[in-house]
Design a binder for this molecule. Sequence first.
Ligand SMILES: Nc1ncnc2c1ncn2[C@@H]1O[C@H](COP(=O)(O)OP(=O)(O)OP(=O)(O)O)[C@@H](O)[C@H]1O
Ligand SMILES: [Mg+2]
Length: 791
Amino acid sequence: MKSAEKTADLDMGDFEMINGPGDGHDERPKQPTKGGTGSPKRRKGTIYIEAQVKPDYTGSLAKITTKLEVIFRSQCIHAVELDHEMIGEDLYAECFFPDCLHSLKAVDIVGTDDDYPFILVESHTVEINVYSLQDGKAAKTQEALSLCGDAMLLPSVGFGNAFEGLIFDGDIKQKLVVFMTNLLRFSCKPGHSSSSTVNRLVFLSGPPGTGKTSLSIGLAQKLAIRLNKTFGETILLQLNAATLLSQYFGQSAVKIHSIFEALAAQSAETPDTLLVLLIDEIESLAASRETASARNEVHDAVRATNALLTGVDLVRTNANVLIICTSNLSDSLDAAFIDRCGRHIRIPQPALAARYEILRHSINGLIEREIIKTPKVPLPTFRNAEYRIPTDFKTAGYTLQSLAYKLEDTGPAGQVVSARWLSQLAETALADELEPNAPPCTVADALELMSRYVKEVTCENKGSKRSQGTVATEYDGSVKKRKLQLTAGSSLSPVRVTDAHLFGETRSADLEGRADECIATFGEMEAEGYERSPEDIDYIAEKVIDQWQFNGGCCCYEIIGSRLRDYVEHGTPMNRDVSNLYEGSFILEFLEPHPSRDATVLIRATYKHDHPLCKQGKGHPQAPPLHLHFNQSETFQVLQGQVATVEGWSVATTVYTREDGPHEIKPWVPHSFNPVPDSPEDTVVLVWAHPDDVDEMMDRVFFTNLLMYVSDVHEKKVSLNPFQIMLTQHVSATAMIWFPTATWLGPLRWWVPWKVQALFAAAGRLIGLTPMMKRYTSEEEFAEIQKTKRT
Ligand SMILES: Nc1ncnc2c1ncn2[C@@H]1O[C@H](COP(=O)(O)OP(=O)(O)OP(=O)(O)O)[C@@H](O)[C@H]1O
Ligand SMILES: [Mg+2]
């Protein structure tokens, strides 16, 4: 659905109408922080918003910036999600963005401890950078700088997504941008000599193909956007040290000197222009003079190193000059060069999470190019793929994760694979295996071909000694060292193997079935006087593990372990409460969520497909009205059968099946779901609410109360009390949606029902109701809730 469009020269007054009523004092719950909601120590971070204008826009960027600042200040946009396009996005349909915008995204959040996909705008400072992409025309510079090839104006069309497309473990990219932005800020105003004591010289080192050159270019592109209010223009100069040395053998020192002199002159001539000099493969210029002398290679190489060092010193005080150098070999560089680097960043080979994401991005690239068919559900992100449960092994996300996992040390030559190799794997495998006239293949086929290709390459290389040069040999040592560090829990690796929660080709039902058989055997023995003992855990575990290994194996000891303990120690059936609701058409079970789900509740719901109530689809009494949650996502996953969802402001209906994997409904997204009337089998769905560190949450007590109460009302066991329903719902930070498609109502669509609900809830409390009803809440839980209320 598209919003009503307005032109770029819209009057400021036009933005007034998009203000939500109650601005500044609405009752929306505050966004949680990892460290605790509402903590007085909480830092107010900055959200960076980037707005790219359309190529034909020639007007003022400053004017658009002001307009966007008004929009963000007016609270038309309550929440943003990082890297999500806002233009044309349903969620922002009621915001009148200027027509001249091609793209509008929140790209970064800095200076806050929040780790939440949706960021509330009002609790952050918003920094907006509006930019237009340059079409690759060369900039005019000093003549000597032509040794660096064409001087390129940034941000450039050619480097469109250079920064965003790079994937690293940890937050290397974000930290680097923040560091450089600050350093350039500390270096005083443009036009004045730098007062910073730190050299604006960044050195990126690491194995081949880890993205050093790409990161340097991406960084320059990013800074050109991020700092465009300080520097009106940014120019990128690229110097390949190895080429320069070979081309001008004997005169390289003179050439280097002339480049730096020209750079200093250019900097003084255009003080409002940021000049970024990228020196790739710096080892040719900055090789250790000590080693060179020992090898009697004194002349050209040593003079080149000297020229580089004096050159760096020459532009030290030019506040608008930034130098980025890259190299594969940091150990053999001259100590005086390393000492001059304001920042030395070592880029490692990608660990599991980065490997997965690089592969996912390259597959998505092939989908865009229509070499692979668009799947019904996109491949999950690494984080979402981790929500897997034991029945997920057939999904593409699982296969991709297994492949990324296997690629730990099965690269083409038996070593850790590089990001470059990974980014090419999908295309290489498909080019190798597909017939020239083959139609687009499915994601599953592509993954199969990729796995097969990896296997073949690994086999080919097995036993054959590598024929790589000295650089590669040198890397073997460092790679092995890094692997050891990673398994010891290095911060470089966000995922430890034991946390990887890898499932084999196992169905949870098989494991449970095996455990049930054992429990039944113990049950028979109990009848003859046998007493349960902790040793029984070992016995059952052994049987389950046999079953599990027979099916391929998994690392999910925790779930199985805790279930078995419950069986034996408390005699509870798999830690599950089972309720038959709505005349037996709906079975509600609460399961213990695995910690990796970060969930406050995990439900397994079953719709009995042949029950007349399920045949009513949206009319099933359990199907909730359209609503949204402020704080938590609700993710559901179909294990069997089909479920229908209504989602988004456009109230689109989608049917999900087991093949679709987990589907997350984010906070602030209107939704509802219901059984599919003509489902050929019972539908089993897992539903969980996350994250678990929010103030007002959906938990087991909430769902029990709401679902059981509505079921009892339906079965006429109790009479309907609207105050009770509103009160129970109100404490879970949930609001109904009225007239979802009436975009002109803007936030009123949830605000008015929320206020009405608040009114009913307050009245309910006045007449003595409590959100959680005694008849549906266990004594301990009820006492706990009462206690919290008193304190
Ligand atoms: N971290 C990464 N994420 C995604 N793709 C990457 C990454 N690193 C490298 N690539 C892919 O590999 C290609 C080559 O990367 P790049 O030339 O920047 O590596 P490099 O570290 O400079 O290699 P070398 O040391 O050989 O010069 C990139 O164009 C990109 O497609
Ligand atoms: Mg490179």
